[in-house]
Design a protein around this ligand. Structure first.
Ligand SMILES: [Zn+2]
Length: 342
């Protein structure tokens, strides 16, 4: 990336109220058929422009084309029955009614490639596209077929790799895999989680990222965070392995979190997307607050590898709040750019 401290968001941005119920996740579409397809594209263009106006350097679709970061991908796969639902505990944290794996999973055609092409047509800026990570996919389903999280993750990794190769061909510059599960299932991460992720990025020439966070600002997550004590050391479990992995970029949560910032030292050499925007509060950071977080991170990341970002997606926030946070991110990064130049 030629620009110093390129800014981006971790993923989702709020849906316009004409497209889906705002300030909620898994919200139902308010349009259908052709109107829904057009509505998603319109929303994508709205957020592309909002990102550009805010001065965001690496832009995304803001996940306007999907209802949920995991289930929308799974909806397009064979072998999963969305009518047959079971309640599972997602990330050991909250109950959710999820679809069931009833047979061998496969992808008949691409899921997001047309959407990615649409975004590519509308900007020359670098674009980032998010896909769910294999472990997080497994954790958002009931498996009545493979009866093995590892086997199912491996199948998903193969499917994700097919999708990722097509996204790369469509002109996506960075493909990001969302793996919040890496903050919860440490033994599995060690046993097969990183290997599955490596399978998903196999053969890719574009940049690859993994996003590991403490989740959206929803109650189940904020309640969970209260149980984690004064120091959140979850990253310590997975960072040494990620440092040795072939992933180019690690996206993590820093702003207002209790993550000891020196844990970033464990991924020295990687590019780091530093979450400098808290997505669990409506309070908009000041540019100076963003700059303070980036300044601290610079003790452990070389400046050419620091990518200012948000802690997580902003789908559950009000549009005005998300816009304010994009502006703060951009202005905060600019403060540090000037300091580095001086
Ligand atoms: Zn996240």
């Amino acid at each position: 990336m030629s620009i110093l401290l390129p800014t981006s968001t971790a993923g989702s941005l709020p849906k316009p109220s004409w497209l889906a119920e705002p300030e909620t996740i898994w919200s139902a579409w308010r349009l259908e058929g052709e109107a829904l397809i057009e509505g998603k594209q319109d929303a994508l263009l709205v957020w592309l422009q909002e990102q550009q106006q805010a001065g965001i350097d690496i832009v995304s679709d803001g996940e306007q084309t999907r209802q949920h970061f995991v289930t929308t991908f799974i909806e397009h796969l064979d072998g999963v029955d969305f009518e047959k639902r079971e309640t599972v505990k997602i990330r050991d944290r909250y109950d959710a009614s999820v679809p069931t794996v009833v047979g061998a999973v496969s992808r008949q055609k691409s899921v997001f490639v047309e959407d990615a092409k649409f975004l590519r047509q509308h900007t020359k800026q670098p674009i980032k596209w998010a896909l769910p990570g294999p472990m997080t996919m497994v954790d958002t389903l009931y498996d009545a077929h493979y009866k093995s999280r590892e086997k199912l993750a491996w199948e998903f990794a193969t499917i994700l790799n097919q999708e990722a190769r097509e996204l790369e061909a469509a002109g996506v510059d960075i493909i990001q895999f969302d793996e919040p599960s890496f903050n919860v299932f440490f033994d599995e991460v060690n046993d097969w989680g990183i290997a599955a992720l490596e399978r998903a990025v196999e053969g890719l020439k574009c940049e690859t990222a993994v996003h590991i966070c403490y989740g959206y600002g929803i109650k189940a997550n904020t309640d969970w965070k209260k149980t984690l004590g004064s120091e959140w050391r979850q990253y310590e479990e997975v960072f040494p392995k990620l440092q040795k992995s072939s992933l180019d970029i690690i996206s993590l949560e820093c702003q207002n979190s209790h993550v000891p910032i020196d844990l970033i030292e464990l991924i020295r050499g990687k590019k780091v997307m530093i979450g400098a925007i808290d997505v669990a509060t409506n309070t908009i950071e000041t540019p100076e607050e963003v700059a303070a977080t980036l300044r601290k991170a610079l003790e452990f990341v070389d400046a050419d590898k620091l990518y200012p970002s948000t802690n997580c997606g902003m789908a559950p926030l009000a549009r005005s709040v998300a816009k304010g946070k994009l502006n703060a991110l951009s202005a905060g990064a600019e403060i540090i750019r000037q300091e580095l130049k001086a």
